[in-house]
Design a protein around this ligand. Structure first.
Ligand SMILES: Nc1ncnc2c1ncn2[C@@H]1O[C@H](COP(=O)(O)OP(=O)(O)OP(=O)(O)O)[C@@H](O)[C@H]1O
Length: 273
């Protein structure tokens, strides 16, 4: 990661930063069902890491654990060397972690309250996590929407008055308004058509590059993951089967499961051609 101070699209300066997350032998069970088992990986500050695997492989469970929405059953997650569980044990620690680590989920219905205009849903993190008053929150909304190329008029609509793609861009604005050090995306573009996917992927990549922020990109879509990430973690049946640089791993997958995953995409590509 560069130590320089990059300039954002809006011309304001952004301090390069990030957060180091280390997962060590993480297990999560729901009753007798084990969702993830013995998962270890490192998310270096400012790095863009993809978590890929078939449905049910444990990707979302890891995203929930990393964002503090779920507690692991065993193993440890450290955040810049501190245990995540310790950090989340106090209200102050939770607020600090939410300011540094934000989730963009696929389902925007839980992100936005249908009874409120989008502006109100954007003001909440800007005020609670960003420490802004209402005027400051509105200025932050104007800045982030301009930076993400979002139509200013969308902000004063209700969620139901936006298309799925527009709402997804708003959910990215909601996550980025607090200038997080890490953005965790859980199938954030899977439901979007390819052209809107491209816009959203570019927004996320640009934020990561301009702010030196990390990205954890959970997806079963290999092309999108290959575009946006530099490292990959391949999961199967709750376990990590392979890790490596994205392009190298997709070109030369060594684990049979990764070979099958990559092969399935190549076959689909040929069928579409
Ligand atoms: N709350 C829960 N209660 C019981 N089982 C769960 C729960 N959440 C996840 N699981 C199970 O854990 C396993 C991993 O689920 P997870 O959602 O992490 O997979 P995933 O790789 O994200 O799948 P998808 O791509 O379909 O979202 C699955 O077998 C799932 O049924």
């Amino acid at each position: 990661m560069s130590a320089s101070t990059p300039t954002t699209a809006t011309g304001s300066t952004a301090v390069a930063r990030g957060v180091r997350i280390e997962a060590h032998e993480v297990r999560k069970s729901y009753g007798r069902k084990t969702a993830v088992e013995g998962v270890s990986f490192v998310l270096a500050p400012g790095e863009r890491v993809g978590i890929v695997g078939e449905s049910g492989s444990g990707k979302s469970t890891m995203a929930k654990i990393i964002t503090g929405l779920e507690k692991s059953s065993a193993g440890s997650i450290t955040v810049d060397g501190r245990e995540l569980n310790d950090l989340m044990s106090s209200r102050q620690g939770q607020l600090e972690y939410r300011r540094r680590v934000q989730l963009v989920a696929q389902d925007t219905t839980s992100t936005f309250d249908p009874r409120h205009r989008i502006r109100e849903s954007l003001r909440i993190p800007a005020q609670i996590l960003g420490g802004h008053d209402v005027a400051g929150a509105d200025a932050a909304i104007a800045e982030i929407t301009a930076e993400l190329g979002i139509e200013p008029a969308w902000v004063d609509r209700y969620p139901g008055e936006l298309s799925g793609g527009q709402r997804q861009r708003m959910s990215i604005a909601r996550a980025l308004i607090v200038r997080p050090d890490l953005v965790v995306c859980d199938e954030a573009v899977s439901a979007l058509d390819v052209s809107v996917q491209g816009v959203v992927l570019n927004l996320l990549k640009r934020y990561s590059v301009e702010h030196g922020a990390g990205l954890m990109f959970v997806s079963h879509g290999l092309p999108a993951t290959a575009f946006i990430t530099r490292e990959l973690v391949v999961m199967n049946a709750g376990r990590v089967v392979e890790t490596g640089r994205t392009l190298e791993l997709l070109e030369r997958p060594s684990h049979p499961y990764t070979q099958k995953l990559v092969g399935a995409y190549e076959d689909a590509d040929e069928t579409a051609a």
